[in-house]
Design a protein around this ligand. Structure first.
Ligand code: C2E
Ligand code: MG
Ligand code: MG
Ligand code: MG
Length: 292
């Protein structure tokens, strides 16, 4: 077997090694320095109100740019971070940066503009999670009602009782909670009754099917009805063309997000989009008081 040892300690094995395994362990090693090395960045993607077409919230999406490896997509490194526990400090960094951005926007431009942050089930299962969120909001002096947390549907496994306490505390503080990638989990729908989520995000695979075949339309419409009958807002992810957009408007889907509207962009590039199109929502919550 050919073994090439690089000066940074990185070892690349020959073709009989599983390429995926070595790629992942290489990512894992580099990921340890990602926060310290300032290699992480948040991009933002606008979400519009499908009725008014104005931007009502932006979703923060994590980007990792490593000097040697280039840009690594979240689908490659988030699962690794979830496996080795690094998602805890990384998730903390994401929340902190998102809250600082909310504060900055609220002081410079938009008084009450919301940001949605993706949260891993590993963070939710952590007993300190609600307190961590509370501390970050308090330190950054951000009103909890400006923060939405997105939880991927598959995190619930078979029920939400394991994370119910955490969800309750977050709701008590005043955050809103969305279910992400809805329809991709293979779990029962009973968790929708077990917990009062605020929003349901229809996975983009169904939205893509709207312009392809009838099933996509039927499933999407069924999910919209389901959400509304449970008093939840419903959002369509991955809107890429006008046909999809028009269908979603006709079906009274509340919110939309996708490349047709805007790609996720760095702060500097997203601001012009927001300035011309924003619709701020009423924020009734009080700021978490910072510790003096
Ligand atoms: P997600 O939360 O469902 O985010 C939406 C993903 O769809 C993003 O991919 C976004 O760039 C992409 N997208 C948006 N509009 C379109 C469209 O019209 N067409 C297509 N094909 N794709 C579209 P991204 O940024 O690569 O993120 C992938 C996933 O990684 C996210 O899915 C989320 O689950 C996870 N992720 C991203 N940032 C974070 C984070 O800060 N923390 C955690 N725990 N997970 C994150
Ligand atoms: Mg999301
Ligand atoms: Mg997600
Ligand atoms: Mg999603």
């Amino acid at each position: 077997d050919v073994v090439i040892s690089k000066d940074d300690g990185l070892t690349i094995y020959s073709e009989d090694m599983d390429k995926r395994v070595s790629y992942n362990s290489m990512l894992e090693r580099h990921l340890r320095y990602a926060i310290f090395g300032q290699e992480l960045e948040l991009y933002y993607q606008p979400i519009i109100n499908l009725r008014t077409k104005k931007v009502i919230i932006v979703e923060a999406l994590l980007r990792w740019r490593n000097p040697q490896l280039g840009m690594i997509p979240p689908c490659d490194f988030i699962p690794i971070a979830e496996n080795n526990g690094q998602i805890i400090p990384i998730g903390h960094w994401v929340l902190e940066m998102a809250c600082r951005q909310i504060k900055k926007w609220s002081m410079e431009a938009f008084p009450a503009f919301k940001v949605a942050v993706n949260v891993s089930y590993r963070q939710l299962q952590h007993p300190e999670f609600a307190q961590t969120v509370f501390d970050i909001l308090s330190r950054t002096n951000v009103s909890p009602c400006l923060l939405e947390l997105e939880i991927t549907e598959s995190s619930f496994s078979d029920d939400v009782t394991k994370i119910k306490n955490t969800l309750d505390r977050l709701k008590e503080i005043g955050l809103s909670i969305a279910i992400d990638d809805f329809g991709t989990g293979y779990t029962s729908l009973s968790y929708l009754r077990q917990y009062p989520f605020d929003k349901l995000k229809i996975d983009r695979s169904f939205i893509g099917d709207i312009s392809q075949n009838l099933n996509g339309k039927q499933i999407t419409s069924a999910i919209i009805s389901l959400a509304h009958s449970l008093n939840m807002k419903v959002l369509a992810e991955g809107i890429e063309n006008d046909k999809e957009l028009q269908y979603l408007i006709e079906e009274h889907c509340d919110e939309g997000q996708g490349y047709l509207i805007s790609h996720p962009k760095a702060v500097d590039e997203i601001e012009p989009v927001l300035f011309s199109n924003i619709e701020t929502t009423l924020c009734r919550g009080n700021n978490v008081q910072p510790d003096e």
